[in-house]
Design a protein around this ligand. Structure first.
Ligand code: SAM
Ligand code: SF4
Length: 340
């Protein structure tokens, strides 16, 4: 094990620098997307097991000293957790995180957009799989009008760019991808298409709807002129560096479309992230079980230098790649547990 004192940054055994944390602040959600949350789902964890904001700020602050630069607040639905805007402020100002973003289903965004912006959230990713109310209800059990209200409020509050995440599914919403891109062009949003991943039974049920995004790209090219970007990123990697999406630009607009293809074309060799679940377990990979529990250490009052050693030991566990394709039945965690 690399000892703190010799190694002070988070570099895994494959030489990848870990500078991005997905932070799950709750495993609860007010929607039930069929590929994510099981129906009749009861909360996984008691809040007593959840990391407090003090504990989260501490871990993130120590990781920031070791090179962490970006945090995405996620869940479950992060806006279900009380006072998330205050956590955002603490991560930005207290823990010194330069790039703070949040993933949301937008059902509560109209209420929270301003406070999040004032709290220091730089960027938003919003999940939206369809523009049709009936279909939205079928996929999520929720109401599209609330989500649209949230999206347009966030736009009015000045969040830019807003990225729309669409899980692209055969026989579910594959006939709407062109319309979704049109919607994004109209509003100046970025669209990201995501392949379904076999996370938990719900995720595996969705793999029946697996859609190869390489083919979608060809279809879209019949309706839109799609221009390649220099290196697959929006901006030469300046703001969005290291992300899994490979972007193209819609000619004559500022709209980009990104393809996130964990199954058809995995991107593990450039993976720069780990995930902290709400119960304080650090997961090394979305598609593997390697993890390191931090909560008890924090509650026992571990000093900073030992916490750094623990983090280095954790990162040493990071596996080379996921095995979604080879072992699709492997991951029993739902996406909402680890933080998508
Ligand atoms: N509730 C927030 C939201 O929906 O944006 C944040 C958490 S959600 C788990 C994060 C992302 O994971 C969403 O974009 C969602 O579509 C995606 N997701 C959930 N289950 C998935 C699966 N089985 N395959 C691919 N993406 C999935
Ligand atoms: Fe909730 Fe997001 Fe999962 Fe949908 S994808 S059920 S909104 S956590």
């Amino acid at each position: 094990m690399a000892r703190y004192g010799f190694v002070t940054s988070l570099i895994d055994p494959f030489g990848r620098k870990i500078e991005y944390l997905r932070l799950s602040v709750t495993d609860r959600c007010d929607l039930r997307c069929f590929y994510c949350m099981p129906e009749g789902f009861k909360d996984f964890e008691e809040p007593a097991h959840w990391l407090t904001f003090d504990e989260i700020e501490r871990v993130v602050g120590v990781m920031q000293e070791m090179g962490l630069a970006r945090v995405r607040i996620t869940g479950g639905e992060p806006l279900v957790r009380k006072d998330v805007d205050q956590l955002a402020r603490r991560l930005k100002q207290g823990a010194g995180i330069a790039d703070l973003s949040l993933s949301t289903n937008a059902t509560r965004l109209a209420r929270h957009a301003r406070a999040l912006r004032e709290g220091g959230v730089d960027r938003l990713n919003i999940s939206l799989d369809t523009l049709r109310p009936e279909r939205f209800k079928d996929i999520t059990q929720g109401r599209l009008d609330k989500v649209m209200d949230g999206i347009l409020t966030a736009k009015a509050e000045g969040f830019a760019p807003i990225k729309i995440n669409m899980v692209a599914m055969k026989g579910v919403n594959d006939d709407e991808i062109g319309d979704m891109l049109e919607f994004c062009v109209e509003h100046g949003f970025t669209l990201r298409l995501i392949e379904t991943m076999p996370m938990g039974d719900t995720g595996r049920s969705a793999t029946d709807h697996y859609l190869d995004l390489q083919a979608v790209k060809k279809q879209l090219a019949e309706r839109f002129e799609l221009l390649p970007t220099l290196d697959g990123s929006i901006d030469g990697g300046l703001i969005y560096g290291g992300g899994p999406a490979r972007y193209m630009r819609v000619a004559g607009t500022q709209t980009h479309i990104g393809f996130i293809t964990p199954i058809s074309q995995h991107f593990c060799e450039t993976c720069n992230r780990v995930r902290l679940s709400v119960d304080g377990t650090l997961y090394m990979c979305l598609g593997q079980e390697h993890n390191y529990p931090l909560r008890d250490l924090l509650r026992r009052g571990i000093p900073d230098d030992e916490l750094k050693e623990a983090l280095i030991a954790a990162i040493a566990l990071k596996p080379e790649r996921h095995e979604f394709r080879e072992q699709p039945t492997k991951i029993v965690r739902f996406m909402s547990m680890t933080g998508g």
